[in-house]
Design a protein around this ligand. Sequence first.
Ligand SMILES: Cc1cc2nc3c(=O)[nH]c(=O)nc-3n(C[C@H](O)[C@H](O)[C@H](O)COP(=O)(O)OP(=O)(O)OC[C@H]3O[C@@H](n4cnc5c(N)ncnc54)[C@H](O)[C@@H]3O)c2cc1C
Length: 436
Amino acid sequence: MATSEKQVMTGIERKGDSPVYKWPAHPRAKVDEFGIEPPLGDIQREFQQTLRKFAVEVMRPIGQKLDRMTAEEIIAEDSPFWEFRRKYLDLGIQLSDLAEMEPEERSQMFCILFEELGYGDGGMAISVAAGMLPQYLSMIFGNEFLMERFPQDMLGCWAITEPDHGSDTLDPNGMIRHPGAEYGRPNTVAKFQGDKIVINGQKSAWVSNGTIAECCILYCAADMGDGADYSNGCVLVIPLDLPGISRGKPLEKLGQRGDPQGELFFNDVEVSTDYLLAGPEDFQRAVYSIHAEANALMGAIWTGAARAAYHMAHAYAHERKQGGVPIYRHQLVAYKLFHMFRQVEASAALTRRVVHYNQAADLPALQAAMIAKVTATDMAFDVASDAIQIFGGNGVTHEYPVEKIMRDCRSSMIEDGANDVIALKGGYYLMDEDLL
Ligand SMILES: Cc1cc2nc3c(=O)[nH]c(=O)nc-3n(C[C@H](O)[C@H](O)[C@H](O)COP(=O)(O)OP(=O)(O)OC[C@H]3O[C@@H](n4cnc5c(N)ncnc54)[C@H](O)[C@@H]3O)c2cc1C
């Protein structure tokens, strides 16, 4: 304890030459609402608190209403979804502002943003995240035409999976393809014809924001004049009001109902090559980068959703009495809460570390983003399920919010790549060719 810096360490004072802890006789520290994170700077703290308020006061009540509405009602003009979208835009969060920050600050803001949105409502958080992917990827690829053409408040979507191609669209280099398997006929093809591109086909009903998005980052097979081939794919960022584009029926589904999903159909849709973000030579890079970004986002969102379930179970365990005591006093409830807390914190720590690592790296590590995604989503489902257990019979009723969180979390284990497929592919990304 020689340096003066150490003398001002929080919780320690000096008596002569010795450090003395200022702790109470029976210490018990409260953990911050945002979890075990070293103190945030003023800007980050304000950002987190603003978003927490938004999550609890705006997203949660709207998310609960949307959860009880039909898929058609959710996207109708008078739906509370639009109130959420307006209020989110009013927060004035701009990707370009985040991009200007140093990697450490940027990664902190990124995790705060998506953890807090996930804390409010997982489905609506996904709608925001998917909604910014066309602009985000245009920015990463430094395409100024597309950045100007698609302002950041335009609602976007990411269309990659197809009725006949789910897991394999996230494996365009065939790393985990079954031996001897072929990709097969692509469902969506962009035909290059001089300075124009003509798109035909359809994307799956899973496209987040598919029924309402104004623009789309479209991953599809490219036909350069010698036939369509997904291993020669391309990426376009296009407006969704072009002639020849139509949408499928809004998708009815288990959870994440605040993320309106649906098919996109393309019938001789023409765009100029200005709308091309990545041609066949850049296709692998474009899949890699969107997968790395999206998996990291997933890590943060589902950590936030799990934290919400944990907080709800924690509060309920103090209110609900059995045998004359709050159920918290029954040892197995305290034990379960401890493990829920442990898992949420482990996932938060991992995700924050991965996001920081990838933001600071010249090339983000996809396997790092994948461990954040798989850890957070598997953990969120387990924590939400434990929350139901703590709520007892109340946990499975619509009166209480935890069963909705569990349904939301279940879908997250498939979206952005099924966790088993991600783990398989992630395993191959660990391969060191020098050792083979
Ligand atoms: C909530 C949600 C949101 C989504 N959002 C979007 C979106 O915004 N845009 C978009 O384009 N798509 C989106 N998707 C689609 C999602 O990416 C796919 O559902 C996912 O990639 C799996 O594809 P699939 O459903 O076709 O399953 P399949 O690929 O048919 O897989 C079915 C099962 O087979 C297993 N399997 C498949 N291939 C392999 C293999 N090679 N090795 C081992 N096992 C294998 C899988 O693990 C899985 O268990 C979303 C999905 C969900 C659930």
